[in-house]
Design a protein around this ligand. Structure first.
Ligand code: ATP
Ligand code: MG
Length: 757
């Protein structure tokens, strides 16, 4: 194709030949299938500009789907800068959800809704489902709302209405009542004049199918359809799209989809990479354009990413090259443990900032959201501004807030907000009615909530069951408060979470994120281990929370690999590349070989976010609840091409631990699993099933939390505690030991924290 005539409009200037083709071939279906950083999104934006400037469609006649609302805003912004008022409006540029919501408002009545219907967030959905489960005479404990909402989500992602749910899948909930409850939920939503996110697309699909005239109107309206990140569309989105694009402009379908099969990372949300592979069948005569020049990264980064992804079998295979000069090799650094990882990343970021790099050009991308905690704590300590994108900051997560509420209440008996938050979490029979009585009494007697609760527990104003529950809760609180002085903060919170039934609640919860929530709590225990007193820790948390309010613009970004799709940063840090954590053992357990390939695609996405430098880290040891566990370097590290990688380690002397560990990968597969599951609490079914963990420094520490008390330690025994040193066991109460330490005096500690000396 001839290169760029001089009178090219600005958005076409600088595009390479195939990009230019993607931007200017405006009739018929086009698929751009290309690797990361090859300018797919840029070409798609240029295409939009081209359509508008040629007046092939009004802004309201263009349907353009982006991955996030932010990406849509950016696209609009760029178009406005290029075209001015001609690009104003663009009502149908957005995510699948936002566009479908806008359309559904126009046809609400065809779905049995009014145009002002509410869109429920996931909290609302949970509450509603809970009620439906109870109304159906089921026990919510046994059949948790979260699990049902996960199933309904899956069905909706596939475009399945209640009558279309496969019978076998209905059995996944309440002995075959899944579909029936789904139907009730849909009825209830209509009665409430509400829709959940999945409904937005599902209602529209059903309307299209039942009302051909409506569909035709929309098909005629959309003269051009554009889709970014096409590899991650799910069945419902795909159906919605193909219905709409079927006829635009005389039956040919002016649809342009761009994507990369190597970046399909949402199969767990129903995304089907097959959609991109069958494009040519769906749209006969489609022009398939491949882009091979990468404009984002250095050759080292590109080579590293390409090498890793080449280990996947199920892929189309692509060539990527760049004209960029060599730059720095991908750095792989082995560190001693998690805190050192956070310290080192903090140091390197500070150095970059001193060199004049803007914080907004730096990102830390993690596999699991709990990983941000160690970085958050460190960054607060050194005053490094950061933001967490697409998720809650660690201390804002619901389960962490719950745990903090317990701790606050232990530390400060009058903390009414904390009391309110957890008085019935986990559920202990102190529901709305009982709480209302406590509140009334507090007002009448001018007492704080906790004090009013104390007073009520001593009268017979509450029904007997509630009174007993309240009295026992208050007794527990008092006991925890007594122990707070002698127990280490980490051990204290662990004990509270177990004795309050909180962990048990999560263990029984079969929803997808329950395990992640348990992981987060284990991470909290680890965080607490760094503090001598509970109040010091609570003050630290208050500071962390406060920090966010002082909002400056330029911040280091932390987010999950999943959320980073489509983005780019000069400097990218990729911590925690260890077996079990990344690839995630949980994913592998659930989905086997297919999951490994998806994990590898995540690695590819992660590395290719970097423009100038990618730094991968792995720790030799992870603190796994009170015990050090050897971590095994991720297999993805072996898949990096040596000439493009510089490997360093902060470990000194001898054969470095991580290399040694590498040789032992297979025999210790279970160790890695222990790491991935998160320290502290294993799911009940796995208790006792764990092999003793490999431990460094020659200390053999075993035990699983919450498990039976140790039998190898009896009163009189000499023991060693990592923090308090040597001591003599004086008494044993379940898995707690009273120990008279030689230096530190008498303390209660959990038996998993000590070893026989
Ligand atoms: P991903 O697969 O990660 O979504 P992508 O293929 O969408 O990547 P873009 O984000 O569009 O790639 O482009 C990557 C970077 O390369 C951007 O900074 C973009 O501005 C730049 N770029 C794209 N095409 C060109 C070009 N022809 N000339 C110069 N820079 C370009
Ligand atoms: Mg892109």
């Amino acid at each position: 194709m001839p290169q760029l005539p001089d009178n090219d409009p600005p958005w076409l200037k600088g595009l390479n030949a195939p990009q230019r083709e993607a931007a200017t071939l405006l009739e018929g279906p086009v698929l751009v299938l290309a690797g990361a950083g090859t300018g797919k999104t840029r070409a798609l934006t240029a295409r939009l500009a081209q359509i508008l400037s040629q007046r092939l469609a009004w802004p309201s006649q263009i349907l353009a789907v982006t991955f996030t609302n932010k990406a849509a805003a950016e696209m609009r912004h760029r178009l406005m800068a290029m075209l001015g008022p001609a690009a104003e409006g663009l009502p149908f540029v957005g995510t699948f959800h936002s566009i479908a919501a806008r359309m559904l408002r126009q046809h609400a009545e065809l779905a049995g809704l009014r145009p002002n219907f509410t869109i429920l967030d996931s909290d609302d959905v949970q509450r509603l489902l809970k009620r439906i489960i109870l109304d159906a005479g089921l026990e919510e404990k046994r059949w948790p709302a979260r699990q049902l909402s996960g199933l309904i989500d899956r069905w909706k992602n596939r475009g399945q209405t209640p009558d279309a749910v496969p019978a076998g899948e209905s059995f996944a909930f309440a002995d075959g009542r899944g579909a029936e409850l789904y139907a009730r939920y849909q009825a209830e939503l209509l009665a409430l004049n509400a829709a959940d996110f999945g409904d937005l697309l599902l209602h529209m699909i059903r309307i299209f199918e039942a009302h051909p005239d409506v569909l035709e109107d929309w098909q005629r309206r959309f003269r051009h359809v554009l889709v970014d990140e096409y590899q991650d569309t799910n069945a419902a989105q795909y159906r919605w799209l193909t219905l709409l694009a079927a006829k635009s402009l005389g039956g040919q379908g002016n649809i342009c989809c761009v994507g990369d099969d190597d970046q399909s990372i949402y199969s767990w949300r129903g995304a089907e990479v097959a959609n991109i592979l069958r494009f040519e069948q769906d749209f006969p005569g489609a022009r398939v354009i491949r882009l091979e020049q990468n404009y984002r990264s250095t050759p080292h980064i590109l080579a590293a990413a390409s090498h890793v992804i080449a280990h996947n079998r199920g892929r189309l295979g692509k060539t990527l090259w760049t004209e960029a000069s060599h730059g720095e090799k991908v750095n792989v650094t082995g560190v001693w443990d998690g805190p050192e990882e956070a310290r080192l990343v903090g140091d390197r970021i500070e150095r970059l900032l001193r060199e004049g790099v803007s914080p907004s050009e730096i990102a830390i991308l993690v596999r699991a959201s709990f990983q941000t905690r160690e970085f958050e704590d460190r960054f607060i300590g050194i005053g490094l501004p950061y933001r967490i994108v697409g998720g809650f900051r660690f201390y804002e997560r619901a389960e962490i807030r719950d745990a903090l509420a317990y701790l606050r209440l232990v530390s400060q008996a009058d903390d009414a907000l904390a009391f309110e938050r957890i008085v019935n979490t986990p559920r202990r029979g102190l529901g709305d009615k009982a709480q209302a009585r406590i509140a009334t009494h507090a007002r009448a007697a001018d007492l704080t909530l906790p004090a009013a609760a104390q007073a009520l527990a001593e009268t017979d104003e509450l029904p007997p069951a509630a009174r007993r529950a309240l009295a026992s809760f208050l007794t527990n609180l008092r006991r925890w408060r007594d122990q707070a002085t002698s127990l280490e903060p980490g051990a204290l919170v662990q004990m509270i979470l177990e004795e309050s039934g909180y962990i048990e609640m999560l263990e029984k919860d079969r929803s997808a994120d329950a395990t992640a929530r348990i992981d987060n709590l284990s991470e909290l225990v680890r965080a607490l281990e760094a503090f001598d007193t509970l109040s010091a820790f609570l003050e630290h948390v208050a500071l962390v929370m406060e920090n966010d309010r002082a909002d400056t613009d330029a911040k280091v970004t932390m987010m999950t690999l999943h959320a980073a799709k489509g983005l780019e940063f000069d400097h990218v840090f990729l911590p925690g590349w260890e077996e079990g954590l990344f690839p995630s053992q949980r994913a592998l357990d659930e989905n086997g070989a297919a999951a490994l390939e998806e994990e590898r695609r995540l690695a590819y996405v992660g590395i290719t976010r970097a423009r100038r430098r990618a730094t991968i880290l792995h720790a030799a040891n992870r603190r796994v609840y009170g015990q050090w566990t050897s971590a095994i370097p991720s297999r993805f590290l072996d898949e990096l091409p040596e000439p493009h990688v510089e490997r360093t380690t902060t470990l000194s002397g001898g054969a470095s631990l991580w290399r040694a560990a590498l040789d032992e990968r297979d025999p210790f597969a279970d160790v890695a699993r222990g790491t991935s599951r998160g320290p502290g609490w294993e799911r009940a079914s796995q208790r006792g099933g764990l092999k003793p963990k490999r431990v460094i420094e020659g200390r053999a520490i075993s035990s699983t939390v919450g498990g039976p008390a140790r039998t190898d330690i009896a009163p009189g025994a000499r023991v060693f505690h990592a923090k308090f040193g040597m001591g003599t066991v004086k008494g044993q109460d379940g898995n707690k030991l009273e120990i008279e330490f030689d230096q530190a005096g008498t303390k209660m500690v959990l038996d998993s924290f000590v070893e026989s000396a």
